[in-house]
Design a protein around this ligand. Structure first.
Ligand code: PMP
Ligand code: GLN
Length: 378
């Protein structure tokens, strides 16, 4: 069999979680909370199941959930999306991204990704027969470099994928940067795939600059988010995509033959739960406390801290500790120190190594304390 993805192995997140389990290490690698979600949300799923809401929902998602998403997008980003024709519920952001790419990328089309980037983007582009064009973010700060992006645009460019707040660096685009993107794309037909799964994790009072806020971006954007991140339920795998009607129509053509529909009782529960905006409005404070606690502890180690403006990830420079490559450092850290992390090289096509690794701080205070104790002992 000739592989469709010859250069792809098992994702680093799966590899590091398996190693963490095997070595009984504190798992700050793969991004997921180790605490429970709001019990109200679990009750709402149970209630939906007991009410018999257990068969296929509408292909595009339960109407109440699409309405709730439209209400949120309007309240936070001042843009009206039609729940009927512009919002689709997906099996997590992962499916939203793959389905978008399959829906819009023709064989030979170029798609710009900004490196380091989330590991599913490039294989998704390749599965569609597209060509991933890797444009580096500014080394050190991970901020967008608009000159490099402009230079990468060609008549074959179909789309650009932007992720803010950014996994793994936490860099969060400013309004000025979004406007620069808007100006860059204005003379083109390039589509924007806007991965905003960390939209509710932006710190220090900064607002999230959704593509939905900017008319010139929203008209070409698939705005993608994930309930798993927002409500501490990564295993439920439910997300959504909001896009103008013509783009949504193309998305849905593929969606119906990709997953067809998404888990019914969970959709009803999320719709009920979203009636109260407080859980997502409180999320920045909730995670900022964890970030601050974790950073204060890391300040007493030999790691050098990089900034963290958003997401639940903290990157650190390991060069003050030893000369190991990132992959070897993460293996050593998991095996010998008992804390798992993710090498940044996993987010680069060429395995670029800058001696920086990523920790996830979406963990209980006790978990963070235990990890810090081990990291401070290095
Ligand atoms: N995009 C980014 C940047 C992510 O970090 C993640 C979660 N790891 C996803 C997409 C996928 O989200 P989901 O779990 O909802 O599929
Ligand atoms: N997005 C999460 C991370 O970056 C994990 C998701 C996954 O395991 N694919 O760690």
């Amino acid at each position: 069999l000739t592989s469709r993805l010859p250069n792809v192995g098992t994702t680093i997140f799966t590899v590091m979680s398996a190693l963490a389990a095997e070595k009984n290490a504190v798992n700050l690698g793969q991004g997921f909370p180790d605490f429970g979600c709001d019990p109200t949300l679990v009750d709402a799923v149970t209630r939906a199941m007991q009410q018999g809401l257990n068969q296929y929902p509408p292909m595009v998602g339960v109407p109440q959930l699409r309405e709730a998403v439209a209400t949120k997008l309007k309240a936070l980003y001042a843009r009206s999306y039609s729940a009927t024709s512009e919002i689709t519920v997906t099996a997590g952001a992962t499916q939203a991204i793959l389905t978008t790419i399959l829906a819009v990328v023709h064989p030979g089309d170029e798609v710009i990704v900004l490196e380091p980037c989330y590991d599913s983007y490039v294989p998704n582009i390749e599965l569609a027969g597209g060509v991933a064009v890797r444009v580096p973010l500014t080394p050190g700060t991970f901020r967008p470099d608009f000159d490099l992006m402009a230079a990468a645009l060609t008549p074959r460019t179909r789309a650009i994928i932007v992720n803010t707040p950014h996994n793994p660096s936490g860099t969060t685009w400013s309004a000025a940067e979004m406007q620069q993107l808007e100006r860059l794309l204005a003379p083109t037909n390039v589509l924007l795939i806007s991965d905003e799964v960390y939209e509710h994790m932006v710190f220090d009072g900064m607002p999230h600059q959704s593509a939905a806020r900017f008319a010139g971006l929203a008209e070409r954007a698939f705005v993608i988010s994930s309930f798993g991140k927002t409500y501490h339920v990564t295993g439920w795998k439910v997300g959504y995509v909001a896009a103008p009607a013509a783009l949504t129509a193309e998305f849905r053509k593929v969606h119906q033959f990709n997953v067809f529909t998404v888990n019914t009782p969970v959709q009803y529960a999320l719709a009920d739960y979203m009636a109260d905006p407080l859980p997502y409005l409180m999320l920045p404070d909730f995670y900022q406390q964890k970030r601050d606690l974790f950073r204060a502890g890391l300040a007493k180690t030999r790691f050098k801290l990089l900034p963290c403006e958003g997401t639940y990830f903290q990157c650190v420079d390991t060069s003050g500790i030893n000369d190991l490559s990132e992959v070897n450092f993460c293996q050593w850290l998991t095996t010998e120190v008992g804390v798992a992390a993710i090498p940044l090289s996993a987010f680069y096509g060429n395995g670029f190594d800058q001696q920086v690794v990523r920790f996830c701080f979406a963990k209980k205070t006790e978990t963070l304390a235990l990890a810090l104790e081990k990291l401070q002992a290095i």
